[in-house]
Structure formats: C-alpha cells, structure tokens
Write a protein that binds this ligand. Structure first.
Ligand code: ZN
Length: 378
C-alpha cells in the first residue's frame, strides 16, 4: 500500500505498488510483518454523545425488570435526557471524545454520532456543538446526525403533535442554519413517532437540505422501511421486524440497511434477518448503536463478530458491511471505506492472516495499529 499526502496512491503486490511510485523511494516504509491490512472500520450509527451511563438500569434489566417499570423509576431514555440537559457543552464534549478514542483504538476511523438526548432546541444544539468540538480533537472523520425525533420529551407527553410541530417549525430550521448536522433521523415506532409524524419531520429535514435516516421497524413493522424508501433516505436502521414488502421497497430504492447486532445481544433479542435482506437485494451495513441504554458498546470488532457468528454473514460480507457499505450509509463512501487509489489512507493492521480474525479471536480486539490519512494514530 503506497500513500501520499494522506491518500492511497497504489495498492497491491509490492512490485506493482513500487512501479506506481515511478522509481521514487517512499519516505517511510513500514514492514507489516505479515499481518492483515484492512480498511479502517466505519461505524455509521451511534448515540455516543451522552452525559451519564445507566449501569443501575442495566442491572435491573438483567434481573427482568420491565422497561415500563424502569421508566417509572426515572430510568430509560428520559434519564439520559435529564443528564444531557443538565450537562455543560464542555463536559459532553469530553465524554464524547473519550468514547471516540476508545472506538479509535478498536479500529473505527469514521463515526456517525446522533443528537437526540436534548429534545429541545438549545439542548440539541448543545449536543451538536459538543459533537463538533470532539470531532476537532480526534483524527477520526465524524458525521453528525440531528435526532430531535428520538423520543417525545416529558414536557410534551400530553401533546406529542406539538413536539412534532416544534421539530418542524423551530428545531430543524435552527439546526439547518448552523450547518451542524448532515443527516436527520427519526425513531419511527409504536409509542414514539408514528409513520405520519416521521414523514412530516423527515420532509421538513429534506426541505432544509439534510439527508434522511430512519430508525425503522425495530419492534413493530409499522412500514418504516417502506417510508425510508419512499422518501429517498440513505439508510434505514434496526429493521428487526421489517417484513419482505418493506425490504423489497428498500432494495428497489437502494436504501442501505444498517444492522446493529450488539443491541440484539445486549437486549437478548433475535438478530436482524441479514441473509434474507441480502437475498432480497438490500445492501447491509453494520454499526455498534453505542448508546447508554440498550447497548453501551463502541466495538466494531464485536459487531463484526456477531454478524458472522449470529447473523450468518460471511467474513467478506461482514467486512464490506463494516467498511464500504457503512461509509455509504453516512455519505462518505467516495472518501473512505475501501483501499482504492484516491481514497483516504485509512487502514488497520490485524494480528491475523485474514479478516476472519475479527470474528474468530472472540471477545478481544485483533487491531494492532490504526492509520488515518496515512498517519499512525493508534
Ligand atoms: Zn439508534
């Protein structure tokens, strides 16, 4: 692999690569010692900007306490909302940066981060500014997504439609003015946002120039996958309950399925039907879903391993899903996600003979070196 000014100039057998250098000796040569070299991992779905972990709630959940009871005891997503609203931008930024550094050490060189624990205009903007602040202090490429449509905040519990109007009329225009979010995402689910409300929010976001994403058909098949296809979303996420009709619509429209096997693991739920999706022609990407509630995990190697072990994806399919397809899902496939001349020199060395080591050496990270734009960063 030959890099120049952070980009890949040539990749392949040594003879061909040196020929591409046109007789010049590279300034720096690194012998990778027979390790496996793969593209930097891309995590296209995280909520890793949050203020406080929820360990006590995890223990209750493991003991079988129903989510509604956890909510009534002050837990659940609304506890994350309280914590983010109370946190300073600097504290949020520091917490986000710590998780990004951990992800970097595990091989993640490009990360999407969603807002969605503020749920009012100022707190959502605070989250997006914290995400951008953290992005400036890490070598990773960060893509921010506005997710004011993550939950209905307590002050609008009696009138969710008023919150949808706030999103459409105030929050989305405010976020668009700052240019702090590239995408807008909505949690389309029973008891959260209906398909009609999701459509209203996403149409406003599209109008404001944002790309679209949908948390779709995670628990119930409400038609979120089909809605993502109809609105031209770049991706639909979760999809545990998505039926064939929705998946076929996604295939026809070229919508990426972003699957989150770590969440299935941590919630003790069945895994998404990755094989059925691929058979229907839906492209599949993998992500961690790193968040303080359902899955506190920033490890793409774990998502990769679960895809192979429990979703029956091949190693090659999992590799494409964790790199190039993941990059596509956040609009960065032209720059990152594969080892091709012209792309950013983002790559990893793995302590193994093939990418299979990511699944085979279970529960540990085989990542021994991380390079971003040609520089070793971890
Ligand atoms: Zn999510």
């Amino acid at each position: 692999l030959l890099c120049e000014e952070g980009r890949i100039l040539a990749v392949g057998p040594s003879g061909e690569v040196l020929a591409a250098a046109g007789g010049r000796r590279p300034e720096l040569e690194t012998d990778c010692g027979g390790q496996c070299l793969v593209p930097g991992l891309v995590d296209p779905h995280t909520h890793l900007c949050f203020a406080e972990t929820r360990e006590e709630e995890f223990v209750l959940r493991m003991q079988g306490t129903p989510y509604l009871e956890i909510l009534s005891r002050g837990g659940g997503i609304l506890s994350s909302v309280r914590a983010v609203r109370a946190a300073s931008q600097a504290d949020l930024e520091a917490a986000t940066l710590g998780r990004l550094r951990s992800a970097l050490s595990l091989g993640t060189t490009t990360v999407e981060i969603k807002s969605g624990y503020g749920l009012d205009t100022d707190s959502e903007l605070k989250m997006l500014r914290a995400i951008h602040g953290a992005a400036g202090q890490t070598p990773q490429d960060i893509v921010a997504t506005f997710m004011g449509g993550h939950a209905v905040p307590p002050e609008h519990r009696q009138d969710p439609e008023a919150y949808v109007s706030l999103l459409v009329e105030e929050m989305i225009p405010a976020v668009a003015r700052t240019g702090l979010a590239r995408f807008c995402d909505v949690f389309c689910e029973q008891g959260v946002f209906s398909p009609a409300q999701t459509r209203r929010i996403l149409l406003a976001a599209r109008e404001a120039g944002m790309g679209l994403k949908v948390h779709a058909d995670e628990v119930h098949d409400l038609g979120g996958a089909a809605l993502a296809a109809e609105l031209g979303a770049v991706s639909a996420e979760h999809l545990l309950a998505a039926g064939d009709a929705g998946l076929q619509a996604m295939a026809a429209a070229g919508v990426m399925a972003v699957l989150l096997p770590g969440t299935a693991l941590c919630l003790r739920k069945p895994y998404a039907r990755a094989r059925a999706m691929m058979d229907l022609g839906v492209p599949v990407a993998l992500a961690t879903d790193c968040n303080p509630g359902s899955c506190y995990c920033e490890s793409m190697p774990l998502a990769f391993a679960l895809a192979v072990l429990n979703m029956h994806m091949t190693v090659e399919e999992a590799l494409v899903a964790a790199t190039l397809n993941a990059a596509y899902a956040i609009g960065t496939a032209h720059r990152v996600g594969s080892l091709e001349p012209g792309k950013q020199a983002d790559f990893l060395l793995l302590d193994g003979r093939s990418p299979a080591i990511l699944a085979y050496h279970t529960g540990v990270s085989p990542v021994t070196a991380v390079y971003k734009r040609g520089e070793r960063v971890a």
